[in-house]
Design a protein. Structure first.
Length: 132
């Protein structure tokens, strides 16, 4: 069993494992998994969760493209930018539409005193902004 139930909601934490997010090893204590309601059991979604976590390991093309389209007047993201992202926290959740989503809080080399909040929907980035 790789997951530990947390609180009274449908939240889970990874147990003693790390995962790869954006080509960076992310420790288990930085990853939360949530389901959309109390009737769902994580066991029913393990295959789709596993596939989504695999996708999170390499989101390079999508992140670089979204960053450059969103922040084109400031810095230009490239492979070096992607490889230097530092992942602080990941929340993966199953939406009411049965799609997997993720909120990733990271740091980058362009604005070291700000957090970069990234929101993902299955195979796409749908929001990215700096906080701080």
């Amino acid at each position: 069993d790789d997951f530990e139930k947390i609180d009274n909601e449908n939240g889970y934490k990874l147990k003693n494992k790390s995962i790869c997010v954006f080509n960076q090893t992310t420790e288990a204590n930085r990853v939360n998994i949530r389901l959309n309601d109390k009737t769902n059991h994580l066991e029913n979604h393990l295959i789709s969760l596993h596939l989504f976590l695999l996708k999170l390991s390499d989101f390079k093309k999508e992140l670089i493209s979204f960053y450059n389209n969103t922040f084109s007047e400031t810095e230009v993201a490239d492979e070096l930018w992607y490889n230097n992202l530092e992942v602080y926290r990941v929340t993966v959740f199953l939406g009411l539409d049965s799609k997997w989503y993720a909120d990733v809080t990271a740091g980058d080399q362009f604005y070291e005193d700000h957090l970069l909040d990234i929101e993902l929907e299955e195979n796409a980035v749908f929001s990215m902004n700096y906080d701080g």
